[in-house]
Design a protein around this ligand. Structure first.
Ligand code: NI
Length: 167
């Protein structure tokens, strides 16, 4: 396994729309293993392939405290969304920034698992937030794009400044 580099907002590659996975093969399974290692090490509770510069419809989430409940979603589709709720979100591509986003409270999603088998998942609470956040990444969308233009430009400046300071 190998840890992968996570793209940082506002890297333009984060705005790429991911393509569907055609075959769940050994290459995809290796990517899943590497993404899981990267997410757990960060530590984070979700990671989309987009964030590691692989523009395919693959995401992983694990909202358990014990890091032992990994969900792998390949070619995920939202079937049903219900209600709405506001939660504070963060993102491994936007380190140190947290803000409130309103999303569906409960979602039903269909996807393929790591063996290429279709399944449906009903999620609510943090898991629902996380799945919707990661599905946005596959559409080339970062959560800060839900915030006001003023907040977005402040966040961009903050992160650019931080990059310059570490160079
Ligand atoms: Ni994210």
């Amino acid at each position: 396994m190998a840890k992968l580099t996570i793209l940082r907002y506002p890297d333009p590659r984060l705005y790429t729309r991911a393509k569907p996975v055609v075959t769940v093969n050994a290459h995809i399974r290796q990517l899943i293993a590497d993404m899981a290692e990267t997410m757990y090490a960060a530590p984070g509770i979700g990671l989309a392939a987009t964030q590691v510069d692989e523009h395919i419809q693959l995401l992983i989430v694990d909202t358990s405290e014990t890091q032992n409940d990994l969900h792998v979603l390949i070619n995920p589709e939202l079937l049903v969304t219900e209600g709405s709720a506001e939660h504070e979100e963060g993102c491994l591509s936007v380190p140190g920034i947290y803000d409130k986003v309103t999303r569906a409270e409960r979602v039903t999603v269909r996807a393929l698992d790591a063996d290429g088998e279709p399944f449906e998942l009903v999620a609510e609470g943090l898991l629902a937030v996380c799945i919707q956040h990661e599905m946005d990444h596959l559409l080339g969308k970062v959560f800060v794009q839900y915030l006001s233009p003023l907040k977005q430009s402040r966040i961009k400046n903050k992160l650019k400044k931080r990059v310059q300071e570490t160079m």
